[in-house]
Design a protein around this ligand. Structure first.
Ligand SMILES: [Zn+2]
Ligand SMILES: [Zn+2]
Length: 393
């Protein structure tokens, strides 16, 4: 008996249909004979994968497999006889016979013939390309005269880290991207030259019984047509090769951490000349030491002197859009917020841009020179009462 089908596909027994399909696709690509020419182990593994997937991808067969094992799932199946078999097995397990009628199969009860339960094993052997709704061409997007058409390539994601300034004003980045690209040699078709007799089935369109295809069936290379072109030696028939490419990416102003910039058609190349997927650039915006961002608004502390706070002043302030002159009103307290309209981050959705808030920080001189002390004593008389009189808990 072969290995457990679940183990072959490297999935738990509880795996969903989708998980099974994904696991199969991944492993089948890896072990496909076209990708591993002349590798017997890969070929054997590929056959096992097909056999496992044919059963586990079919809910009915999977159920049979779970209950009765490999043979049950593969063969023609008679539900009534299976029911009887179940009863028989239960009876055996409990040490008795299967009910008043004795063994339903009339034999000694020991040499049980699976063929009796599952019908004619070879009844389906020639029919309909192996059946089971499974088509290797569909899974792998294979080449071949009658095989699948082009498939769209996958979408890819790349990450870039930006400074806050770059995120707000927008920027350009040169990126080196490794991705599946279109094979130049065959222009993505995956075929070398014109179609001839299929090399796998020698033009018969059918393959013999083997571990992977227990009853034989339609040739997976040519989908039973008997004709196929040689696979392109560059891309081994997929139409796709790994490539490293340099792209200049325009990051629009206003992106945040987690924003995605779409580059249409820059994703993975499609198999067999299919259209490429898209490339998404996901941005991460680094923390700024002075400026805090909340949505599209920015917050920055603005240090002012005591005289500036008392008398008012015009001070120069940097913003990401350039320097501006700000009027600090006379009598400004520490913590006062001043709004610079539209000096925040632009709205990615095309709405009004955010604002920049300046938070005043009144700075005390560090050196208490005699004249500073004198000035401070004068200032002290300017407070009408206790500044902490409101401070009650
Ligand atoms: Zn063939
Ligand atoms: Zn190629």
């Amino acid at each position: 008996m072969a290995d457990d089908y679940y183990q072959i596909l490297e999935v738990p027994r509880t795996a969903s249909a989708e998980d099974i399909k994904k696991a199969f696709r991944k492993l089948a690509r890896k072990h496909h004979p076209d990708v591993n020419p002349g590798n017997k182990a890969a070929e054997e593994r590929f056959k096992q994968l097909n056999a496992a997937f044919e059963v586990l991808s079919d809910p009915k067969k999977r159920k049979l497999y779970d209950e009765f094992g490999e043979d049950a799932a593969k063969m023609g199946f008679d539900e009534k006889k299976a029911e009887a078999y179940r009863a028989y097995r239960a009876a055996q397990a409990s040490g008795g016979r299967a009910g008043p009628g004795g063994n339903p199969f009339g034999g000694g009860g020991v040499d049980f013939d699976l063929g009796d339960i599952f019908g004619d094993i070879f009844g389906r052997a020639g029919g309909g390309g192996g059946g089971g709704g499974f088509d290797i061409g569909e899974i792998l997007g294979r080449r071949g005269a009658a095989s699948r058409g082009p498939e769209r390539g996958e979408d890819l994601t790349a990450q870039v880290t930006l400074s806050l300034g770059e995120a707000i004003t927008g920027t350009e980045r040169a990126l080196s991207i490794r991705r599946p690209g279109r094979c130049q040699r065959c222009n993505g078709r995956g075929e070398a030259g014109a179609a001839g007799p299929c090399p796998t089935c020698k033009g018969t369109g059918r393959v013999r019984r083997s571990a992977g295809t227990p009853f034989g069936g339609a040739c997976p290379t040519c989908n039973g047509t008997g004709r196929a072109a040689e696979p392109c030696p560059q891309c081994e028939g997929t139409g796709v090769v790994e490539e490293t490419t340099r792209l200049t990416v325009k990051i629009p102003p206003g992106v945040q951490t987690g924003s995605k910039v779409r580059l249409a058609g820059q994703g993975a190349a499609g198999a067999h000349g299919g259209p490429p997927g898209d490339l998404y650039i996901e941005t991460e915006v680094a923390e700024h030491p002075l400026v805090r961002r909340e949505g599209d608004d920015l917050y920055m502390d603005l240090p002012v002197t005591i005289p500036e706070a008392i008398l008012g002043a015009e001070v120069k302030v940097p913003t990401f859009q350039g320097e501006v002159t700000v009027r600090v009103p006379p009598g400004s307290q520490s913590g006062r917020k001043m709004r610079l309209k539209g000096r925040g981050a632009p709205s990615l959705k095309g709405g009004t841009p955010g604002d920049m808030y300046l938070v005043l920080q009144v700075k005390v001189p560090e050196l208490a020179a005699p004249e500073v002390k004198a000035a401070a004593e004068t200032l002290a008389r300017a407070y009408p009462g206790d500044v902490r009189r409101e401070l009650k808990l």
